[in-house]
Write a protein that binds this ligand. Sequence first.
Ligand SMILES: C[S@@+](CC[C@H](N)C(=O)[O-])C[C@H]1O[C@@H](n2cnc3c(N)ncnc32)[C@H](O)[C@@H]1O
Length: 363
Amino acid sequence: MELKDLKFEDTVVNSINSLSPYIGKMRIELAKYLIEHYAPKGSVIYDPFAGSGTVLLEGWTLRYEVVGNDLNYYAYVLSMGKLNPYKTLEEAEKKLLKYKKLSECKSKTIDITNIPEWVKSFYDEKTLKEIKSWVFYLKRNKEWFFLSCLMGILHHQRPGFLSYPASHGAPYLRSKKYPIDSYPDMYKYKNVYEKLLNKVKRSYKNVPQLDYALSRRMFNKDARNICFKNEHFSTIITSPPYMKSLTYARDNRLRLWFLGEEDWITLDKKISPEKSTFIELMRTCFKKWAKLQEAGDKCIVVIGDISVAYNEKKISLSEVLIDISKKHYTCIETFCDPIPETKKIVKGSTRIKQEIIVVLERK
Ligand SMILES: C[S@@+](CC[C@H](N)C(=O)[O-])C[C@H]1O[C@@H](n2cnc3c(N)ncnc32)[C@H](O)[C@@H]1O
């Protein structure tokens, strides 16, 4: 298999892309490159494993209609948030003020006795009650943009965040590094409205012009089972969950808990599959996607450069994908995208050094 290195031009990062963290995110530059090179103008782009919605937001920015899906409810909320920001910061500020009154009133009636201790350990009591009330109203009113902003400030040690000192990615307290006796301010009540307003302001720092007339859809289903009737997706761009070690639910367990998804262990069993389950998942998906595409349409899969045992040989996972898709697709190109040193992921004892982009064409 021939590989060519990708060179990207510098991309100005859309601040909407950073509403809240997500592991295993696709590089924005890569999403942009793939859309610009393979998606016909005016067509629909589908990402069945959308995660934090990188492909969807980039597609919308480049004036495409987009359809996304992810089985992780946090990914669904985050993608919906990125696809539905208020048109202006002024509009967002006005709306936020309405929720301030409602949430502050409701927070006085919140009972936290049944909240699990591990959740309580991250927050001052009054802050926790306020967060619960905000989530209640934002979720009930499908305020995905505000809800995503709130998910993005749930935990960290910086002053703009709501928890006691903690990490920002996966939730871990940092009380050893920042003991309460030496850092009492880090353990005080935090006003949710103030922190959320600042987060919303930061999110509008650099937003390109977006066309709100374009359709943007997102689903929260298993990619194997999702059904589309009479739809045509001329471009599929996706990065599937090929690594069991990327635990999408475990790392987001605190965010998922606030969103009402308490059983992150069961969710991870579904969304961070073993190798054999992953291959079966992809086999089913290719069959499904083939029905949504016409001859000449592209299906682009971004996958880590790892070797796996397959048909009694050790071969690259990208070659396995090419093999299992060959009934419906022809591989027309493969690229390699080196993972920057700081973002390298460890699988077992091996570091994944690059990702392979497999470009398939519908037969
Ligand atoms: C590598 S991540 C995608 C990252 C995404 N490209 C981004 O930029 O954020 C893979 C995603 O697949 C989702 N996933 C795993 N199994 C799934 C399934 N059976 N159906 C739908 N989504 C699934 C995971 O929740 C995860 O968000």
